[in-house]
Design a protein around this ligand. Structure first.
Ligand SMILES: C[S@@+](CC[C@H](N)C(=O)[O-])C[C@H]1O[C@@H](n2cnc3c(N)ncnc32)[C@H](O)[C@@H]1O
Length: 189
C-alpha cells in the first residue's frame, strides 16, 4: 500500500480545490523543480504547499541545508506526515495567505527562492492574489518564484506579474508526472 497516495486521495476528497491533484508529484517533477534553485550557502528557500513532501525531499537531496529551508503546508494531516519524515526542517502549518506576517514573527523579511506546488489556478482570486503579493514582496528585487502547473499557459496571469515588473518564463515540460506538468519561473527583469 502506498500511504502517500492514500493520504493524498483522502485530502483530495476532503478539499479538491485546495489539494489540486489526485496523486503526489512524481520524483521526476520534484527533482526538476529543485534543480531550478540556485545553490548558494545561506540563501533562504521557502516551499509552499508541500503536500506529502515529494518536492521537499528533492530540495533536501539537492543540497539545500535544513536551516535554509522553510516548508509551508496548510493541511494538518500532511504537516504531521512532513514532520515525521523531515524532523530536521522548519515546517509551518499555516495558510500561505498569511506568509509574510508569519515569517516576520520568525524574524524573516527576505527570501531568495520560493518553490510552489500550490494549486494556484484553483484557488480563489483573493487568496491567489494575497499569496503572490506577499511572496513577491518577500522576494524583493532579486528573488525567484518557481511554480508548476497542469495548465497550458502561465499559472500566474501575465497582467498580474507584468504589473509587478516581473517576467515569466516557461522552463520545462515534465511528461513523467500525472498529469504532465510545466515548470514556470518568475523574477524581476
Ligand atoms: C498539488 S498539492 C502538493 C503536491 C506536493 N508536491 C506533493 O507531491 O505532495 C498542493 C498542496 O498545497 C496545499 N495548499 C493549498 N492551498 C494552500 C494554502 N493556501 N496554504 C498552504 N498550503 C496550501 C494543499 O494542502 C496541498 O498539500
Amino acid at each position: 500500500m502506498n500511504w502517500d497516495l492514500l493520504l493524498f486521495l483522502k485530502a483530495w476528497v476532503r478539499s479538491p480545490r485546495k489539494v489540486g491533484a489526485v496523486i503526489p508529484s512524481s520524483p521526476i517533477l520534484a527533482k526538476a523543480m529543485a534543480k531550478q534553485v540556485e545553490l548558494k550557502p545561506g540563501q533562504l528557500v521557502v516551499e509552499l504547499g508541500a503536500g506529502t513532501g515529494a518536492v521537499t525531499r528533492a530540495l533536501v537531496e539537492r543540497g539545500i541545508r535544513p536551516e535554509d529551508l522553510i516548508v509551508i503546508e496548510m493541511d494538518p494531516v500532511f504537516c504531521s506526515r512532513l514532520r515525521q519524515r523531515f524532523p530536521q526542517l522548519r515546517i509551518l502549518n499555516i495558510d500561505a495567505t498569511r506568509l509574510e506576517p508569519v515569517l516576520r514573527r520568525h524574524h524573516i523579511d527576505r527570501v531568495d527562492t520560493i518553490v510552489s506546488s500550490l494549486p494556484l489556478l484553483s484557488l480563489d482570486r483573493k487568496s491567489q492574489s494575497a499569496i503572490l503579493r506577499q511572496s513577491f514582496q518577500l522576494l524583493g528585487g532579486h528573488g525567484t518564484f518557481i511554480q508548476y502547473t497542469y495548465g497550458v499557459g502561465s499559472p500566474i496571469r501575465s497582467r498580474f506579474y507584468r504589473g509587478l515588473g516581473l517576467s515569466g518564463q516557461r522552463l520545462s515540460q515534465i511528461w513523467r508526472n500525472m498529469p504532465p506538468a510545466t515548470i514556470w519561473r518568475y523574477r524581476h527583469k
